[in-house]
Design a protein around this ligand. Structure first.
Ligand SMILES: [Zn+2]
Length: 602
């Protein structure tokens, strides 16, 4: 009978939850009593029923006290159950219907006290059963209603009143996500032995730290004597960091992070073997290079992993690439382009003809820059065509027609362009321009009557020009065609929470040509770090950009060497990458070291 009622109640139209419905019924029940003529009952024995069958005022208050307690627990269960993979049908039912029935019964059975007791049982049994079941699945530091948890809650509650309770040190894992290895389909890995279980746990531990730090890659290297683990975060390889064991989170000020000690070669080998097992590449007589795919289950999410292992007699190197979800960027300013440059770029994008070149060095966000800039062009009003390699198609941009080339099938990039021109597009876009014939043709078209947007791997705007000339594009055509070259690099932002200020050294200010009075202090990364930056000192990345283009720049292309082009671009209003990076240093958004690191890449 429960099940039938439950089924009906969960199917209430309009998205009402069973809890809300039960609460509404109880409310109506109370209202019917309150508005009855003979209420409040004149009861000398407050624990008995009044003549109308209802409760005395005291009993009504007690009855109502159960309701928030039950509602609070139910909503906690509803939020908590997903984390432990507990049934989303059984637990809400178990939390709702026994209590609902008990609440109704409490109004009608002869002993009002017994009625309230039944409500208590109907609340306590499902709640504590739930706690028992979820604690069975939760790691130690997430268990609830344990002595440690109760002490912790008490300490939190009493601290505002100035009462301090000494807490036991928490586990190191505290702020790291739980990670479980699973095969490519998401089926969790089962260990066949203690050793396998330990190895899987070691691998999951490394992944947990990597995921928390937003790492793109994790590398485990070992030889007979030593092993090292490194992770790639925001384009920089570093040693993984973890919260220091003592006093973490006892107070936020005490938060300290430290390097994770290198594993023993045996532990490193075990962790890599566990990853190979779950990727199903642990075949006998392994090749020296092998790769596979698996999944890390973390907080109910599947994070796809790809594993590449290269081994020789002396050395083994395993690289795990993590596909963490990233928030897509949508506007030019979100890339890190300044308002002024964004405005200028937007004007260029509205031109009927001309060549817009987007440039960045490898792993400096060029595909993202390309997508965002092409998205910012008026694709809805004008027809754009994208020339792409059929074997390596990039993500599709809405309202941009794809025309592909296929070297193996005998379709050249120029053929793709011819195909694209049949529909008379008003804009042609292509990524990573590297085909000389296509480059020459596109630049010619841009010089006459076509808007062309290309991306070119290059270190800066001046280098982008050099790269195009290298493809065989003539100086004259390029000089006529080019309207703007946007070049960018990615730069890490200091963690706003733990960055450290220091007085600007006068000689440094002189070198940077900034008066000390204007920038009395600068900022650097904390060597200790905090929870926000996972101990790394840097918490995110942004782009810095330079936009070259204008009369002087075009003229300089005709004869220009690097220096001349650079001067011409500045004359046309370009703020070079170094200046953009310095602005960020002076604003405390990044460090001098990071500026140095990023600018050196040329
Ligand atoms: Zn920090």
């Amino acid at each position: 009978m429960h099940v039938n009622r439950a089924a009906k109640l969960t199917a209430v139209p309009g998205g009402l939850s069973p809890q809300a419905l039960a609460l509404a019924c109880c409310g109506m029940l109370v209202a019917s009593q309150v508005f009855a003529a003979d209420w409040p009952a004149d009861s000398k024995n407050w624990f008995e029923r009044g003549p109308g069958g209802g409760l005395s005022i005291l009993l009504v208050v007690l009855w109502w006290l159960w309701i928030p307690l039950w509602a609070g627990c139910s909503s906690w269960v509803a939020k908590d159950m997903g984390r432990w993979n507990l049934s989303a049908t059984v637990w809400p039912m178990a939390m709702t219907f026994p209590f609902f029935l008990a609440a109704v019964i409490a109004w009608w059975i002869p002993s009002a006290i017994a009625g309230l007791a039944i409500m208590g049982v109907a609340w306590a049994v499902p709640t504590f059963t739930y706690v028992f079941v979820r604690n069975g699945r939760a790691p130690n530091h997430e268990k609830v209603l344990t002595p440690g948890h109760i002490l912790d809650c008490a300490a939190d509650a009493l601290r505002p009143m100035g009462i301090k309770i000494k807490r036991p040190p928490k586990e190191v894992k505290d702020s790291l996500p739980e990670v479980q290895l699973a095969d490519a389909d998401g089926t969790p890995m089962m260990a066949n032995s203690e050793d396998e279980a330990q190895a899987a746990q070691d691998a999951a531990g490394l992944l947990s730290i990597a995921i928390a730090a937003r790492s793109m890659k994790l590398m485990v290297e070992r030889n007979a004597a030593t092993a090292t683990v490194r992770q790639l975060v925001d384009g920089v390889w570093s040693t993984p960091r973890k919260p220091a064991a003592q006093g973490v989170f006892a107070s936020k000020k005490d938060e300290e992070w430290e390097n994770v000690p290198a594993p023993t070669p045996k532990a490193a080998a075990g962790a890599v073997a566990a990853l190979e097992r779950v990727c199903r590449i642990d075949v006998p007589g392994k090749k020296s290079r092998r790769q596979g795919k698996c999944v890390a289950l973390s907080d109910g999410k599947k994070i796809p992993l790809s594993l590449e292992v290269a081994s020789s007699d002396a050395l083994e190197r395993a690289v795990v690439s993590l596909q963490l979800p990233i928030k897509p960027l949508t506007t030019i300013t979100e890339l890190g382009v300044s308002e002024k440059v964004a405005e200028k770029l937007q004007t260029l994008l509205s031109y009927d003809r001309g060549l817009i070149v987007l440039a960045a060095a490898a792993s400096n966000g060029l595909p993202t820059t390309f997508d965002v800039v092409v998205n910012a062009a008026d694709r809805m009003v004008r027809d754009f065509a994208s020339l792409e390699d059929a074997h390596d198609p990039p993500i599709e941009i809405q309202n941009v027609k794809r025309c592909t080339w296929d070297a193996a099938g005998g379709i050249s990039p120029l053929d793709a362009l011819t195909q694209a021109m049949r529909s008379y597009p008003q804009g042609i876009v292509t990524r990573d321009l590297s085909d000389p014939e296509l480059a020459k043709r596109l630049v010619e078209m841009a010089a006459s009557d076509q808007l062309v947007i290309v991306s070119v791997p290059a270190t800066d705007a001046i280098d982008a020009v050099a790269q195009l000339l290298k493809l065989g594009v003539s100086r004259e055509a390029l000089s006529h065609a080019v309207v703007g070259v946007l070049a960018g690099r990615l730069l890490r932002r200091l963690c706003p929470r733990c960055r450290e200020a220091f007085a600007t050294p006068p000689d440094l200010a002189a070198k940077l040509r900034v008066p000390v009075e204007r920038v009395p202090q600068l900022w650097r990364a904390s060597p200790i770090g905090c929870r926000l930056c996972r101990g790394l000192g840097y918490a995110s990345r942004t782009g810095i950009f330079e936009l070259a283009g204008g009369e002087n720049f075009s003229k300089a292309i005709l004869k220009g060497d690097r220096k001349l082009l650079s001067q011409a671009a500045v004359k046309d209003g370009m703020r070079p990458l170094g200046v953009a990076a310095l602005d960020m240093v002076l604003a405390g958004e990044t460090s001098l070291e990071e500026r140095q690191r990023v600018l050196q890449k040329s």
